[in-house]
Design a protein around this ligand. Structure first.
Ligand code: ASP
Length: 328
């Protein structure tokens, strides 16, 4: 009899919890702000995509989304914070390709990108361009390569930390030219670019979302687009492949995540708002202006992101292992 009573009580408790979770999800976000952790500095490429996106998502969700910039260690500090955050939908992560490269780069990462997060969906793809500061003598990629060979000891290559997109792009570039440069890590591409402009560092492989204004103002020297085709918005910059260096290609895809265990109806609401935002003509136009491309709405879903993240981990892990690079 006692056991029956206990079973009934347990079943009721589960039922009550289910109802409570359902009611919570129905009300979510209930006017309460959502914190979106951007694991890089303010004003940088991930920050720019995130601010454009969340301004639109906020309207659809009826709650403010507050960006929290938490740069450092190539995005892994911010990602770890979200993995450990309360899973009520009020904390999300906006991260990029670094989610797929970090497991190979960090032996003690402290989180598992596939197991410790709920997927919300993909956001936008951003191309990269290798740039140098104006003081560098070479004007073209063809001139840059022999110049690097002759001056490798005194040239520096900036990046946004180990595990960042600029780090990955820099790795591929150094491997292609078979020359190691002194790398200088920053907490994001925003401070890295500031030092390129100031002449403190020489080269940076950066996202067009960060470079757009400077490319138009000719305040940096663009050497090569690091993708198969020229970037639509910056058609005058030839690709590395066109200039004799194939396979140095990095597409910086961005996506949104929530801590593991965030209730499915809450994820569905976040994802629905994300799908509306990526389909919004203003968002798509802004991305295009910055050289980027908002994903189609069907990629802004948990299923699409899970498949893509797994494929990207499988793609980059052997490349990084072969390069023998570790962050820790
Ligand atoms: N996405 C980084 C940032 O926003 C830069 C990078 O990964 O290279 O600063």
């Amino acid at each position: 009899m006692k056991r029956v009573a206990k079973t009934i009580a347990a079943a009721l408790a589960v039922g009550v919890m289910g109802v409570a979770a359902g009611a919570y999800a129905q009300e979510f976000p209930g006017g309460k702000p959502i914190s979106a952790v951007v694991p890089f500095s303010a004003g940088g490429p991930t920050d720019k995509v995130s601010r454009e996106l969340t301004a639109i998502m906020s309207k659809h969700l009826g709650s403010t989304i507050v960006i929290e910039n938490l740069g450092g260690a190539g995005g892994t500090i911010g990602a770890k914070k979200v993995a450990q955050a309360k899973n009520d939908g009020h904390t999300v992560l906006i991260h990029h390709i670094g989610m797929a490269t970090a497991p190979a780069l960090y032996r003690n990462l402290g989180f598992d990108p596939l197991k410790d997060f709920e997927m919300v969906g993909e956001i936008a793809d951003v191309p990269m361009i290798l740039v140098g500061n104006k003081q560098l003598p070479p004007n073209t990629f063809k001139e840059l390569l022999p110049y690097i060979k002759a001056n490798a000891a005194k040239l520096s290559l900036a990046n946004a930390g180990i595990g960042s997109a600029s780090h990955l792009c820099g790795l591929l570039f150094q491997s292609a030219i078979q020359t190691e440069l002194t790398t200088v890590p920053y907490k994001g591409a925003a401070p890295a670019l500031t030092d390129i402009l100031g002449g403190q560092v020489n080269l940076l492989c950066d996202q067009t979302t960060n470079l757009a204004g400077h490319l138009k103002a000719h305040s940096v020297k663009p050497y090569a687009a690091m993708q198969a085709k020229r970037v639509e918005a910056f058609k005058d910059v030839p690709t590395a492949a066109e200039q004799g260096m194939p396979n140095v290609e990095v597409k910086v895809w961005h996506a949104m995540y929530a801590p593991k265990g965030t209730p499915k109806p809450v994820i569905d609401k976040l994802s629905a708002a994300l799908q509306k935002a990526v389909a919004d003509p203003a968002f798509r136009a802004k991305m295009a202006e910055l050289g980027a491309e908002a994903v189609p709405a069907q990629r802004a879903t948990p299923e699409s992101l899970r498949t893509y993240l797994s494929a990207e981990i499988n793609k980059w892990t052997p490349v990084i292992k072969k390069a023998g690079v570790y962050a820790d």
